[in-house]
Write a protein that binds this ligand. Structure first.
Ligand code: TNX
Length: 504
């Protein structure tokens, strides 16, 4: 019997046992409670995945898919305590574990995962994914003989909002990238993907009652960026894919500013002739490919714009499975701004959805159900609302990984936002739903560059949003994160090699 170490599956034969020890893995985000014993458990030649409820069954098929993709010999089966991998949901656990918490036990008998809901089980599976070899991520596994440490984990998230935002307007990122992004987020227990769908440079979501938005408005992009749009079918496919990974999509239609692509499609929405607005457009008006912000707006003195806004919001609400619609509301001066925000908020609420807006919207007397997304944290809110922290000094990942990095924004922080600065974020707000890291894409035009801006900083956000503040420690975080290099490589992530990680 050859005992190989946990370097992956390469070179093993059916005789080899892959021994996974405590030193070989590290779970990020750090679990609330973890006890690892000296005893071990070996996977049988063929193991079955069992579950007790239909909900647990859904989690079981996810687990099965994950193990089979890695060439492990497993099969589905039904019934309680019948198998090696055992998934249980029990509503009574809600009291102790909440919506997304789980308990994972590896003992003499097998692997036992319990939660109140299937999202809890899903997160238990993500923890298992991080305990199993990194080779699992690209299906290079060649042995079924794996020995795991026996352990007990109880894990409950700190915040319910653990998100990222992709600006697909300045430069388009397609369904395939977004699906991969969701998958990667899920490994680190992130659960909200906010899509900045519209801006001056491009309108990226099909609105059937307003076809010119995509016929014309989607053709542009920032200079050097990609154009395109998501059809409603693709948008729904993304939501289904994300839902299976406990990720909810938040669509943003940015209004009443950042709206030139819509004005070009429907010029009657503008107060002024488009050839006269700044920055000076050619005649006839062209798509906008610059980076200037805060210059375009819906004509707030024209009542017709509210028909447009209502149509767009209603259609977005109809195709959106999650409970939120983001109305933007950033970077605009207009005497009628507050009136607009109040009306847009009430239109969203009339569709049964919850409104989110950039923090400026709280200058207006909006409904208290609105959620404010903080980016500089300077607006004095006239209402008491819940907030999402996207403070630019810590979470704007369009900013440089290290001082001087090319193709980055720097208006919020000249020296960029380092991994350590992300990790050291402390919220000063006591109404926090959670955290979200945006990437604006004025200078990010390829999948590789977007990966580079998100990773590994996104992992710090994941840990801050999930793990308790009391266990927070950057040195410890880095020593755990170091062990994730191979997994990120196997997932095809083009991460930025932050110096303290010693990664290639
Ligand atoms: C500000 S922060 C914006 C975006 C830009 C970004 C560039 C916010 C809500 N709006 O329109 O892309 O700066 O960093």
């Amino acid at each position: 019997l050859i005992i190989s170490s946990c370097k992956g599956f390469e070179g093993t034969t059916s005789e080899d046992v892959l021994v996974i020890e405590e030193k070989d893995f590290s779970i990020i985000p750090k679990p609330s409670e973890i006890k690892i014993s000296d005893s071990t458990l070996e996977l049988p030649e063929l193991s079955s995945v069992c579950y007790n409820t239909a909900e647990a069954g859904e989690a079981a098929s996810w687990l099965l898919g994950m193990l089979q993709k890695a060439n492990l010999r497993v099969k589905p089966s039904e019934g309680i305590s019948c198998g090696f991998w055992n998934l249980y949901t029990d509503a009574a656990l809600y009291q102790s574990l909440g919506e997304e918490g789980y308990i994972l036990e590896i003992n003499n008998e097998g692997i036992f995962l319990k939660a109140a809901t299937k999202s809890g089980l899903f997160y238990g599976i993500q923890t298992l994914r991080q305990i199993l070899p990194a080779a699992l991520e690209n299906a290079t596994a060649a042995t079924n003989r794996i020995q795991l440490p026996q352990l007990y984990i109880k894990d409950i998230p700190r915040y319910s909002w653990r998100g990222t935002m992709v600006d697909i307007s300045r430069s388009f990122f397609d369904l395939e990238y977004l699906k991969d992004h969701v998958d990667r987020m899920a490994l680190y227990k992130m659960n909200r993907l906010h899509l900045h769908l519209t801006d001056d440079q491009g309108w990226r979501i099909e609105i059937k009652s307003k076809p010119e938005l995509t016929n014309l408005g989607s053709r542009g992009a920032v200079e050097g960026g990609r154009s395109g749009y998501l059809t409603q079918e693709e948008y729904m496919e993304l939501q289904t894919y994300a839902a299976a990974r406990n990720v909810i999509i938040i669509p943003e239609i940015d209004m009443p500013g950042h709206i030139y692509s819509a004005l070009l499609a429907y010029p009657e929405l503008s107060c002024d002739d488009l050839s006269n607005i700044e920055p000076k457009m050619a005649t006839p008006p062209q798509l906008f490919s610059g980076t200037k912000v805060g210059w375009s707006k819906l004509c707030l003195t024209k009542p017709e714009i509210y028909d447009f806004v209502a149509d767009v919001i209603e259609e977005m609400a109809a195709i959106t499975t999650g409970p939120w619609i983001h109305i933007g509301g950033d970077e605009i001066e207009d005497d009628l701004y507050e009136e607009f925000v109040v009306k847009a908020d009430s239109l969203v609420r009339s569709t049964g959805k919850i409104t989110i807006g950039w923090e400026e919207v709280t200058k207006a007397p909006v409904n208290s159900s609105l959620i404010s997304q903080q980016w500089h944290g300077e607006v004095e809110s006239v209402v008491d609302v819940k907030v999402i922290e996207s403070i630019c000094t810590s979470f704007y990942f369009d900013h440089a990984n290290i001082p001087g990095q090319e193709k980055t924004n720097n208006w919020c922080k000249k020296s960029g936002v380092t991994l350590e600065e992300v990790y050291n974020f402390q919220s000063e707000n006591n109404n926090v739903l959670g955290l979200e890291a945006p990437v604006w894409t004025e200078f990010v035009h390829t999948d590789e560059d977007l990966d580079n801006r998100f990773w590994p900083r996104i992992i710090a956000v994941a840990e801050l949003a999930w793990s308790e503040d009391t266990t927070k420690n950057y040195t410890d975080f880095i020593s755990r994160l170091k062990k994730h290099e191979e997994r990120l490589i196997n997932m095809g992530i083009n991460y930025f090699p932050a110096e303290e990680l010693g990664w290639k």
